[in-house]
Design a protein around this ligand. Structure first.
Ligand SMILES: Cc1cc2nc3c(=O)[nH]c(=O)nc-3n(C[C@H](O)[C@H](O)[C@H](O)COP(=O)(O)OP(=O)(O)OC[C@H]3O[C@@H](n4cnc5c(N)ncnc54)[C@H](O)[C@@H]3O)c2cc1C
Length: 350
């Protein structure tokens, strides 16, 4: 089939924020063969942006001066009991439902995360005590430097907290399919404090945990809902900062000196597992004086969650990023730690 390229396609409707100008060239692909054809066409000579659900994309108001490729290849293939191969454009929530319906444990806590399966390895999607790195057994990806599809084992993916090789080397890789190995009949993960409290004494199965997670997420507007303006976001705008011991001590000293807390023990922090310390970004933001529901014209902070920056309708990417910078700078002034954005920023500097 001849390749179909469109010109000047507005990207805003393809993003959960509803923001962003046009892509100079645009193509939708429904198969890996079509994707390879698109990539070898003259249209792909300049910058290329591949995307799925647009739920982690912040696109400049001026748009994207290159080729945007919307990945639409779908399908969940069962390879064996608990083992599935999922094509990149499959909606993630359908993958969770597929596993939960069969009583396979491993991704029940990741229910309600928008976007497509192919994007889950990019930032090692995680929530409520699970992350995809725990269940991914292989990633199939086009290596653009060699023009061929390769199969990467988990070690080669170099997963970290909200990060992976694919995110760090983003122009090199396009994920085409992901293989997950789940636990048939396995116990669900009830490790996250908030989830444990909700499920106390219930002996929930994977379906029960999925429901509880969806309930928690809805309360925070962390499920995309066209009728809920607080969900017009990219989810968390900033990652939780993970810092060295020395830096962690400095953050706590800042908080005590600035009288944000009266004793070091009042600053919430967790072992990041590699000798480093993780601070909850939402706490830092709130204590830096940014409240839920803060508005700056047509953009603001969700009324349910300080980490979610939202487009109230009629907003611009410029205004959203101004607000994000204001928050980043306030946190840096108060705590000496610089927040890093979680989503992919396209055509803008932060
Ligand atoms: C309301 C809400 C709640 C959220 N909650 C969470 C959460 O709990 N945990 C969490 O981790 N994230 C969360 N997110 C962020 C987001 O949903 C995830 O990062 C998701 O995996 C993005 O999928 P997508 O298909 O929408 O990616 P897109 O937004 O389309 O793309 C994101 C980035 O990945 C790249 N990319 C996408 N697909 C591919 C591919 N196949 N190959 C190579 N690169 C690719 C894009 O180029 C871009 O850089 C939330 C977002 C929203 C809006």
């Amino acid at each position: 089939m001849a390749l179909q390229f469109q010109t000047d396609v507005l990207l805003a409707p393809y993003t959960t924020l509803g923001l962003g100008g046009p892509a100079r060239r645009f193509a939708r692909v429904d198969s890996e063969a079509a994707l390879l054809d698109v990539l070898s066409s003259p249209e792909a000579d300049g910058p290329v942006l591949v995307f799925g659900g647009g739920s982690n994309l912040v696109v400049a108001d001026e748009g994207f001066d290159g080729l945007a490729v919307h990945l639409g290849m779908r399908g969940i293939e069962t390879l064996g009991e608990g083992r599935i191969r999922v094509r990149a454009g499959e909606p993630w929530d359908r993958v969770v439902d597929f596993a939960v319906e069969r009583g396979w444990a491993g991704i029940e806590c990741l229910a309600g995360i928008p976007g497509c399966a192919g994007a889950t390895p990019i930032q090692n999607v995680g929530a409520y005590g699970q992350e995809v790195a725990q269940v991914i057994t292989a990633v199939e990806a086009i290596d653009r430097s060699r023009g061929e599809t390769v199969r990467l084992d988990p070690a080669a993916c170099a997963f970290e907290y909200r990060d992976s090789r694919f995110k760090r080397e983003r122009d090199q890789w396009i994920v085409t399919a992901v293989e997950f190995t789940l636990r048939p009949g396995g116990a669900p993960t009830v490790a996250y404090g908030e989830l444990r409290r909700v499920l106390e004494g219930q002996g929930a199965d994977v379906a029960g945990v999925r429901e509880a997670v969806l309930g928690l997420r809805r309360r925070k507007s962390m499920v995309v809902d066209a009728t809920d303006p607080d969900s017009r976001s990219v989810g968390s705008f900033f990652t939780n900062p993970v810092v060295s011991d020395d830096e962690a001590r400095r953050v706590v000293e800042h908080a005590v000196r600035g009288r944000i807390v009266s004793a070091p023990g009042e600053v919430p922090r967790y072992e990041a597992g590699d000798g480093r310390t993780k601070f909850p970004a939402a706490w830092l933001i709130e204590r830096a004086g940014i409240s839920k529901g803060l508005r700056r014209g047509c953009v603001g902070v969700s009324s349910k969650h300080t980490l979610a920056l939202i487009n109230l309708g009629g907003g611009t990417t410029r205004a959203l990023l101004e607000l994000a910078r204001e928050i980043r700078d306030r946190v840096e002034d108060e705590f000496g730690v610089r927040l890093v954005p979680e989503p992919r920023l396209v055509g803008v500097r932060f």
